[in-house]
Design a protein around this ligand. Sequence first.
Ligand SMILES: *Cc1c(COP(=O)(O)O)cnc(C)c1O
Length: 372
Amino acid sequence: MAETLPRISVAAPVLDGREREYVNECLDTTWISSGGRFITEFEKSFADYCGVKHAIACNNGTTALHLALVALNLKPGDEVIVPSLTYIASANAVSYCGATPVLAENETRAFNIEPSDIEALITPNTRGIMPVHLYGHPADMDPINAIAKKHGLFVIEDAAEAVGAKYKGRMTGGLGDVGVFSFFGNKIITTGEGGMVTTNDDTLAETMRLYRSQGMDPKRRYWFPVIGFNYRMTNIQAAIGLAQLERVEHHLEGRRRVAALYDKALERLGNRVILPVVEDYAEHVYWMYTIQLGEGVSKSRDQVMLDMDALGIETRPVFHPMHVLPPYEHLKTRELPNADLCAGRGINLPTHGLLTEADIDRIAAALDQVLA
Ligand SMILES: *Cc1c(COP(=O)(O)O)cnc(C)c1O
């Protein structure tokens, strides 16, 4: 009986490299706070991996986003164009600066910001655009960058879910002015909690380092020219991160394997489900393998998730778009049908490197039964 099988969780970290060895080195050397070799090595290796000049480690992805926006000098009254369909941290970071997220529509294939929706949202107060590479599939960056250039706007990539994803062969994190990553426990690589900002701009990098560490002048100890933050990562987090990054190809391969197994196993469901699309320009890293219920399905998305849960399989709903959430619903000035559609029928299936072929078959069989 399904009930006797172990539960399948939607996400799980894979810690099968040198994580333990590196963390023990922190303990043995007592370098457990925000200095130490792992921080500098993790930053250097991550910058190299993304093909950018600078990577600055932070204590989580949300503070990394905030730090980037502070360095970009985002101020009260300013506006940043953000997809409505995203994780709330994207919009929150804009709010922390006293600025306003302006909610853009998404396309319905890979759920990313719709470039053709952006230009009409630009006002004299617009300062930047924040595409989000949702669920690990890169946004269509060339038209976004072209619009930004034409209007003198910054581009900040929320690449929190997209470590290793590529757009036209180029790594995410280096496709705009600043890239932002998260290393939360369920992300592509993890440090427990953690984040990173990436940039090719020397001045932005210097400003982000300044603000990350209370604003202390790097050349004059305990002299603070600005009000900064404590957004530092610890050496212990960086130790885990470096061990994860050393095996990033293995972690990505695990997710690609799971996605390929789903593609095959879900074929039998026919038009009861819509499988994730990978655009020609994209290398998808499958942070979440996301399906949408087909048009003919009469059961509600939430009921499908409850029924899957009863069979021991955890799933997640696609994010509620910002325009329906209490802190942001007042920003809804028009209908956003694509965001509503994807949020209403989208489900994230379990996606992580520990899933076996038998797990995927069980999930597909359960979905087949639930949607019968
Ligand atoms: C996870 C995530 C963040 C925030 O990262 P935390 O490390 O959880 O603070 C930001 N944006 C998106 C799209 C995310 O998925």
